[in-house]
Write a protein of this length. Structure first.
Length: 442
């Protein structure tokens, strides 16, 4: 049956109104990135300086980019076929080398990191090119364009691996800049020009499920780290409260993404006339800050669990506030493209999940500053306790934290502003379709 597939012998067979499933080979491949995410968070925890944060950010962007490009290719190719499975297993080998070298990527093993990354990006794209039949000219030209851009960035990755110190950071920043800009300019190359949106068409349900799986990876890493850290602590009241607050925060982040939003996003991209454009913006670019926010929040959780009392240091403040833009928004990324869809969280402040997010933030702040709110809670409740804290010695610190939280929320809104503006320029859906969608999410 694969030989009769007009898309190509190694491509997925697309059945109308039947989304392609995520295969076991893809889930097996994702296990490598559980390790990669753990390495990123631990490297940040051990090198929490301005230069260390910059280096870890670069490494995270590389990890996300190699994974999401693989998700695109396995959306087109059929992982149930042996040649594609072998490709995935070779990518796992490269991913393990990549993940293992993350803590020392800017020290002694930078060349190994660069070789593993460049080999994964170039090798996977070359396989996709050779697997595409010649009669699919637009898709082959698209693969050639992407391969040209990745080969160009690979040069900078290798040069950075050979360099040392600040030169490595500059070379690798240039390489990432090339790769992150290329989809935005539609992989323009001389003679071939820009790629067409039609050549980017994806099976929307599969792409949505793959990215949702990576969100689970990031959340799972946070839960595992929290559990492992708590297991080594004495079970005092402060430690237990900190552990529960971290777990509630993870549950709230899951709720923000998966409650209605993930399913709604899957439906939108599945029915989109230009599924490739939606996948590029909502699932390739806008999912990246979400994953980064979860990882940074996991770092904050570990810091708070290890030091639930005492004054908060700069690492705890930065990681707690810095994770807010990626995880505290009310919208799934695809909902930002279509403002008619219902938000993941309602505006009502007393919604239980919205309250959980707020309670978690206040709990972590109070624990980090060493203030015991239990006496206040017993006398007058949490509301009075928070008011007294704000009126006490910690007023300046809490005001600064509120300022930074507001700034983080503003950053979140700016991330989606362009997408919302673009969506408003489109023609509105027919009334009947809108009514049907409204009934679906009530």
């Amino acid at each position: 049956m694969a030989a009769d597939n007009p898309r190509g012998a190694m491509f997925r067979v697309i059945v109308p109104n039947q989304p392609s499933r995520v295969t076991n080979a893809e889930l097996f491949f994702d296990l490598v990135f559980v390790f990669a995410v753990t390495q990123v968070s631990h490297t940040l925890l051990n090198h929490f300086t301005p230069s260390g944060a910059l280096e870890v950010t670069l490494l995270f962007l590389a990890v996300w980019w190699v994974w999401v490009y693989t998700a695109w290719v396995t959306n087109w190719l059929n992982p149930d076929l042996t040649p594609v499975r072998i490709l995935i297993f070779l990518m796992m080998l490269g991913g393990l080398v990549l993940s293992t070298t993350i803590p020392t990527a800017f020290d002694g093993r930078g060349l190994w990191f660069a070789i593993a990354y460049a080999a994964m990006q170039v090798g996977r794209t070359a396989f996709w090119l050779f697997a595409t039949p010649r009669h699919r000219t637009a898709v082959r030209h698209n693969a050639i364009r992407i391969l040209v851009w990745l080969c160009g960035s690979a040069v900078f990755w290798i040069l950075g691996g050979l360099a040392h110190g600040e030169a490595r950071l500059w070379f690798w920043s240039a390489a990432l800049g090339i790769e992150y800009v290329s989809p935005a300019v539609r992989f323009w190359v001389p003679k071939l020009g820009f790629s067409s949106v039609e050549a980017w068409a994806v099976e929307g349900g599969h792409m949505a499920e793959r990215c949702a799986g990576f969100i689970i990876i990031a959340l799972g890493e946070a839960v595992v780290v929290n559990g492992a850290t708590f297991a080594e602590l004495t079970w005092s009241a402060d430690n237990i409260l900190a552990f529960v607050a971290c777990l509630v925060g993870s549950i709230a982040m899951w709720w923000v993404y998966f409650h209605k939003g993930a399913e709604a996003g899957s439906e939108v991209i599945s029915k989109a006339a230009e599924s490739g454009r939606v996948a590029r913006l909502a699932y390739t670019y806008l999912h990246m800050p979400i994953v980064a926010g979860i990882i940074l929040t996991a770092v904050s959780d570990e810091l708070v669990l290890k030091h639930p009392t005492g004054h908060s240091d700069l690492r705890t403040i930065v990681s707690t506030i810095g994770g807010s833009p990626g995880v505290s928004g009310r919208h799934h990324p695809v909902q930002a493209l279509d403002p008619r869809l219902p938000p993941a969280l309602p505006r009502h402040r007393h919604h239980p999940v919205a309250g959980a997010v707020v309670v978690r933030r206040r709990s972590l702040a109070a624990l980090a500053d060493g203030r015991d709110e239990r006496d206040h809670d017993r006398r007058r409740g949490v509301g009075v306790g928070v008011a007294r804290i704000e009126a006490g010695r910690g007023q300046g610190a809490l005001r600064r934290r509120s300022f930074y939280s507001a700034a983080s929320s503003a950053c979140t809104e700016n991330i989606f502003a362009e997408s919302v503006q673009l969506s408003r320029t489109r023609q509105p859906a027919p009334c009947a379709s809108a009514a049907k969608r409204s009934r679906l999410y009530l």
